[in-house]
Structure formats: C-alpha cells, structure tokens
Write a new protein. Sequence first.
Length: 495
Amino acid sequence: MKYILALDQGTTSSRAILFDRDGQIRGSISKELTQIYPRSGWVEHDPVEIWESQREVARQALSQAGIAASDIAAIGITNQRETTLLWDRATGEPLHNAIVWQDRRTAEFCDRLRGDGHAATIAEKTGLVLDAYFSGTKLRWLLDHVPSARQRADRGELAFGTVDSWLLWNLSGGQLHVTDASNASRTMLFNLKTLAWDEELLGLLDIPASVLPEVQPSSFVYGQSTPDFLGKAVPLAGCAGDQHAALFGQNCTQPAMAKNTYGTGCFVLMNIGEEPVASKCKLLTTIACSGRARPEFALEGSIFTAGSAVQWLRDGLGIIASSSDVQELAESVPDCGDCYLVPAFAGLGAPHWDPYARGIIVGISGGTTAAHIARATLESIAFQVADVLDAMSTDVGSPVQELRVDGGASANDLLMQFQADILQVPVVRPQVIETTAMGAAFLAGLAVGFWQDMNEVEQIWQSERVFEPVMAASDVEQRRDRWQQAVKRSQGWHS
Ligand SMILES: Nc1ncnc2c1ncn2[C@@H]1O[C@H](COP(=O)(O)OP(=O)(O)O)[C@@H](O)[C@H]1O
Ligand SMILES: O=P(O)(O)OC[C@H](O)CO
C-alpha cells in the first residue's frame, strides 16, 4: 500500500491530504466550513457539515488522484481542538451545534470558578489556564441548556466528544467513542500526571463520566473505517489535536524545539520532554505526541486571532479580495506609519488571558491608508507570537534558537521576515507547510508500520527557506514597546 490519508478538520475548512512514503503530497482537497455567530462572542459549527464536508473531501482526494481505498495503508485524523460536541449514542444525532474553541459564552462561569479559588487546582491537574477556551465549561453549558440533556446524560444515552471523537464515531459507523491524549488534554477534565479523566474536576464541573470517550495514544490502531466511507475498510491509526500534530510533523521531538502554526489563530508549541513542567508565565502545559504509547509534553501559547484578522480585512473591511493579497497591499508602504492593530476580536489568549479585551487600531492619522492597516495587521500576528516566545524563554530559562513555521499564513514572506526580525532568531519554513496533516500522517503511518520508526519519518522533513533577522535591535525594542502600549489599550474593554 502506497499512501496515508490525513483528514485535517480545521476551524475554517475540512481538508483531506494524501501522503506517499516520501512524505510528498499526492492529492489534496479542501472545503470551507460555515462559521455560525449566534451572538457576540459565540461561535458554532454544524456537526453534520463537519462530518459531511470531511467525508466529501476524502472521497474527492482519492478520486482526483486516481487512488483506490486498497492503496491507503491508514487514515490519520487531526482537528481543531476544544470544539465541543454532544450527540445521542443510539441515533448519532447531535443535540446542538458544536461550540467552537473561540466561543466565549462560558467566560462568566469561568470567572465564578476563579472567584471560588479553583484556578490553581485546575492548572496543577490539567496544565491549563482556567478559561472559556477549553471544552469542560462548554460541555457543562450544553448539559445545562439543551432541554433534557442532563437527564439523558445521566441515563448514559449521550456521548461527548471533541471533533476527533465525532469523526472517529462517524468513520466507524458508531463503533468507536474514543479520543487521543492530546485532544483529551484540552478539555480541562484530563489529568496530565495520571493521563486519565480526573474525578475531582468532573465533580467540579458536574460532568457525568458516562459521556466521556475512551482515551488512547495518538499513534494507535483505533479501529477501521466503515467500508462505505471509501469503498473498503481502512485502519484508523492516528489521531492528534492539530497543534500537537504540527509539532510532531515539524519533527520538534527534542526538548527546546519550537514551532508556530499561522492559521485562524497562532499556536506556538515547544517540546519540554518527559515531565509536564508547569509554566510560571501563563502558558499551557500540554501533550507532545511521541509516536510511542506514553506521550511527552510541550509548553503552548495559544493566540486566538491571527489569520482570521486577515480574513477580517477581506470580509469585514473589504480592502483585499483574498487573504494572499494582503502581502502586496502591506508591501506598498515602507512601514506601518506608527499604526498598531491589536486583533483581540475574541479577547486575548496567551500570555495575557483577557476575555474582555477587544480589537483596536491606534495611531491613525490623516495619512493612514488601507495599506498601513494591512501592514499593522500582519505585524500584530508577529508581535503576538513574540510575546509568547518571550514567556517560553523565561519558563525554560534560555532563548529559543529557531522557530519552525507552518499553516496557511506562513506562506506570507513579509510576515515571516518581520517575525524573524521581531524575534531576532531565524524562522524556518519547511517544504511542506501542511505540517499538521503530515504529523497526523506520521502518527498513522508509524502505527501500521508504513514507516518503521522515528528515524525514518525524521528524514522526511526538509527546510524550504530560512528567514534571518535583519532589523536593528534598537528598532525591535522601539517597535515592541509601541505594541505593548497598544495591547494595554485593548484590555478590559468588553463588559
Ligand atoms: N498569504 C497569506 N497571508 C496572510 N494570511 C493568510 C495568507 N494565506 C492564508 N492566510 C490566512 O491563514 C488562515 C488559513 O490558514 P489555515 O492554516 O488554512 O487555517 P485553519 O487551519 O485555522 O483553518 C486564514 O485565516 C487566512 O486569512
Ligand atoms: O483550526 P486551527 O488550525 O485554527 O486550530 C485551532 C486550534 O486547534 C484551537 O485550539
């Protein structure tokens, strides 16, 4: 068998990518996913659309490449994390739209938990900062607000899952109710030390254990897809949250190696080895996939708005026709004209964790143009990443040596150069920037022996371009200082 099929269910799209043994992409299809905004700060997805779009792109990827199911050695899944679903075990019907990771509806409940002194316990057990971002409070909201959900959950009739579980359930025709440790680690219900669901946290959030999926390693044969999915049963052999998959796909398997994925948000992860060391700088401790039964750990800085700010330039302001046009517009001015945009559209994530921050543009003068705003938007992405990497360097006691990059917006050379300048370290872009899907493919391929071991997969990763810093240190300091002033002005706006 010649290929691994990676299913990458992201926030804005469902993708299917075929990898051959050399890690080359042999087929790729993507379909945009509808974003549902029922109220300010709420974000939902239609679970049926998630599944059907993923099924459609998988089938199309095979037919476009002229590949049969019998050529596929295994399927690897990777997904937007934290997004929370609840469905009926008997019928497979969702009880509600999926509540997306960006959704802030449980922010006040999180404030109450914080006020009652639970933040430290949650951080110690889960490695997470108490925030509406994670699945636990979203699941509680569903149980409390969907009519009769709690009674049905107590009777064992309901299944909770993140997007990976939902896909595995559907791919297996309802046979599998399972997740992997990386996705479990984002629920705020999973204990990083015992690597199991935590009874005390289930009690605190009033979540019945009956709704929870089984937790398995990320590189593991979970089961088989139903024959009708691709025409023949295929092993479901890899599963990881998209950022964990990207860290693995970037070969950041040694301590201190870091990557950033520039997608809807930005997610900076640094491998920290075998111990789940706690952050002192409001970063998350999370799972790093290892290709073995026992996971390793990573520090993570989650930035909620990055590429989606570029989408806002396109859809909200209408100053570009497509996301990739932002580079040309931004390059048409030599600098940002002292204009700073803080894209706190959904609050600020790491290292600020302010759900009440909102977006601002400061420094507008009569001479400010759409080009300055486009440039400030790109720069805001790099400034946010630099804030997170500063926190990481403080936590591990040494500065990062290089940053590996991937995700849709890493194609933007202006952004990558500015990132290297602001960080003052090289930014390394690999030949395959679909690193998330590649990580999922590696996990699945290792589980079924398509690739024999880590040495084999490590040979596959190749650098495409290294962006070296060229900006003077004094300029970096001045620019970052202005950025920090802008961030302060964005905070605590929404009440
Ligand atoms: N050339 C580009 N410059 C800047 N941003 C871009 C560019 N191409 C895509 N993007 C942004 O990257 C995001 C898409 O990246 P992707 O990795 O597909 O995201 P996700 O996995 O979060 O759905 C979009 O938000 C888009 O606006
Ligand atoms: O869909 P992405 O690639 O923006 O990733 C979303 C993250 O997993 C959210 O934590």
